[in-house]
Design a protein around this ligand. Structure first.
Ligand code: CDP
Ligand code: CDP
Length: 215
């Protein structure tokens, strides 16, 4: 397949990464979870006691960070951090890290570099609007905050999370607000993006809708 670029954007818990991973397998192309990159920088800040509100300190930390994707693993400075980046603590801090323009420049460079020589599907917030505005296909997945919160809650429960569903829904709403209102490359439906409401739809139904458009 040619160097096809597929952008999948939308708010937290809309099903972007689940759907993008399946599509990548079906089309035999690469998958890049761009949220994982912002999460990795956030994890590094937390591990080094860097206050995520201290923009300069976060930028310095991001410059010293190496992020890599190999064999479905994400590496932070050569260490696999697949689970560590998914904690509630990282989720609560990541949007403050992601709104820093200089941090975004570093991550976007990496994303564009990967897209230059590879067929790839990327999921995130600004892929269709900013990172790859000329992507071959753009999707914008949405669902109600309640459904998105429930999905995330079920995942976290399985990992021993003891907080409430309300806490998770509130965190998602708060994160969506920061992501949508930031100045640089906010969460927005890109021009030409196909919107899919995943509320009440299971994963297979959404995959089918996406594949119909790609064929
Ligand atoms: O999986 P979930 O939707 O909870 O989040 P994620 O996709 O892992 O993204 C985590 C955070 O990274 C988002 O809330 C955004 O603040 C940021 N992000 C971003 O700013 N731009 C992207 N392209 C991807 C993620
Ligand atoms: O990447 P994003 O934050 O948009 O969402 P995700 O991590 O792909 O999906 C969050 C959770 O919702 C996962 O546990 C999925 O299995 C689930 N999901 C679902 O139940 N129904 C869908 N149509 C899509 C995702």
């Amino acid at each position: 397949m040619k160097n096809i670029i597929i952008a999948v954007d939308g708010p937290a818990g809309a099903g972007k990464s689940t759907i993008a991973k399946i599509i990548a397998k079906k089309l035999n192309i690469n998958y890049i979870d761009t949220g994982a990159m912002y999460r990795a920088v956030t994890l590094k800040c937390l591990q080094n006691n860097v206050d995520v509100k201290d923009e300069q300190a976060v930028i310095e930390m991001a410059k010293k960070t190496s992020i890599d994707f190999r064999d479905n693993n994400i590496y932070l400075d050569s260490k696999i951090v697949n689970d560590e980046i998914r904690t509630v603590e990282v989720s609560q801090n990541v949007s403050d890290v992601a709104k820093i323009k200089e941090v975004r420049y570093l991550m976007v460079d990496l994303q564009r570099e990967i897209g230059k020589n590879n067929a790839v599907i990327l999921d995130g917030r600004d892929i269709g609007s900013y990172v790859f505005p000329n992507a071959d296909y753009k999707f914008f997945l949405v669902a109600t905050p309640e459904e998105r919160g429930k999905r995330r809650y079920i995942e976290l429960k399985e990992k021993g999370y003891e907080g409430t569903l309300e806490d998770i829904i509130n965190d998602i709403i708060r994160r969506d607000e920061i992501d949508s209102s930031r100045e640089f490359a906010p969460l927005v439906k890109a021009e030409g993006a196909i919107e899919i409401d995943t509320t009440g739809r299971d994963i297979n139904q959404v995959v089918e809708l996406v594949l119909e458009k790609i064929k």
